[in-house]
Design a protein around this ligand. Structure first.
Ligand SMILES: Nc1ncnc2c1ncn2[C@@H]1O[C@H](COP(=O)(O)OP(=O)(O)OP(=O)(O)O)[C@@H](O)[C@H]1O
Length: 325
């Protein structure tokens, strides 16, 4: 189990990590999400022992993780870390690149292990290809296989899919996280993609300006976001005054994702359409509230002509829940 107790760190004057505490249970997957520059990579570096903390401490089970001032070789023997910038050996094959991370004495086992990992990263067809000839996304998949080669107990991944195209990413995410669960490998990963976090983490740490501002399951954070910042990490979000939907209430903001507003003749929110954008399964419609000119985003199965006036409604139960959050 990982224990992070009140850690703080600064590269320069301003603190990059401020009194961060959390723990990660064995076998669980925790994602770290937040806007660019909020400190996700720095947090992973701290957990791997790559920086000297200014205060607080870190433990993997009973072993304290110390920074470079105490250790020449960072990290813990049971940990592996994949940074955003990784290096591979360009003039040897994919297979050899992965084998380099295995013990030299066990040739038969190594062959089997590399085959297993090539399957996880879906690169069997490239086993004998020189890394120099691979695309950025393919290289990232090889780097993932390298950190898995000598099975770690704890894996730190910094934006592990950022070079991988959407077509591959969905399958790779499923295969990788299923593999980690099957092997009970604990994982802490930084991402800016809500899809990585929604389906594949048990807990989410939301960071902002060096602080953890929310920690919960992805379901809870998505369904009851504590503020617009958290909601905006999942999707675009409307921050609307409750009085647009209900009469006789005091002013209060409610957070609503675009798909939560429906066109309905019975709706109380009257809007004028400005623009429609094709989104695939639906259109994203941009409109303006007649009452206060506020911009409203909602989904609709078809495009709607600019200037059209329509009404929108929101499920009553949902409104109540969001008013309470
Ligand atoms: N080596 C460094 N020296 C000085 N400042 C740094 C260094 N590395 C990062 N920073 C600063 O620390 C802050 C946090 O950076 P970090 O890379 O941890 O953010 P991040 O959330 O991972 O961002 P991104 O999502 O863009 O990767 C940023 O303001 C960044 O400019």
């Amino acid at each position: 189990m990982l224990y992070v107790n009140q850690i703080s760190f600064a590269y320069e004057e301003q603190e990059t990590l401020h009194e961060i505490s959390f723990s990660v249970e064995k076998g669980s997957h925790v994602s770290v999400i937040g806007e660019s520059g909020c400190g996700k990579s720095t947090l992973l570096k701290a957990v791997y022992g790559l920086i000297d903390l200014h205060s607080g401490d870190l433990f993997w089970d009973k072993d304290q993780i110390l920074g470079p001032a105490y250790h020449l070789i960072p990290g813990h023997p049971q940990m592996k870390y994949l940074p955003q910038e990784f290096e591979l050996m360009p003039y040897i094959s994919v297979r050899q690149n992965i084998e380099k991370f295995l013990s030299r004495q066990k040739a038969a086992y190594n062959q089997e292990r590399v085959d297993e990992l090539l399957q996880v990263i879906d690169m069997q067809a490239f086993a004998e290809t020189h890394v120099k000839k691979l695309s950025g996304g393919q290289k990232q998949r090889v780097a993932l296989a390298q950190v898995l080669a000598k099975e770690p107990q704890f894996l730190l991944l910094d934006e592990p899919f950022n070079f991988i195209d959407n077509f591959r990413k969905n399958k790779l995410r499923r295969d990788l996280f299923n593999f980690l669960k099957k092997k009970q490998i604990t994982c802490l990963f930084a991402t800016h993609d809500s899809k990585d976090m929604l389906g594949f983490s048990d807990q989410v740490l939301v960071m902002r300006e060096g602080k953890v501002i929310a920690k919960d399951t992805p379901q809870q954070l998505y369904q009851s976001p504590p503020n617009a910042y958290v909601a905006s990490l999942f999707d675009e979000v409307n921050v609307l005054d409750i009085r647009l939907f209900k009469k006789g209430l005091d002013s209060q903001s409610v957070l609503l994702y675009p798909h939560e507003l429906q066109r309905s003749a019975q709706g109380h929110l009257e809007v004028q359409i400005e623009q429609s954008y094709f989104n695939g399964s639906t259109y994203m419609i941009i409109a303006k509230a007649e009452k206060n000119e506020q911009q409203i985003l909602f989904h609709h199965p078809k495009a709607i002509s600019p200037g059209t006036r329509i009404s929108l409604q929101v499920d009553e139960e949902l409104l109540k829940r969001r008013m309470g959050s």
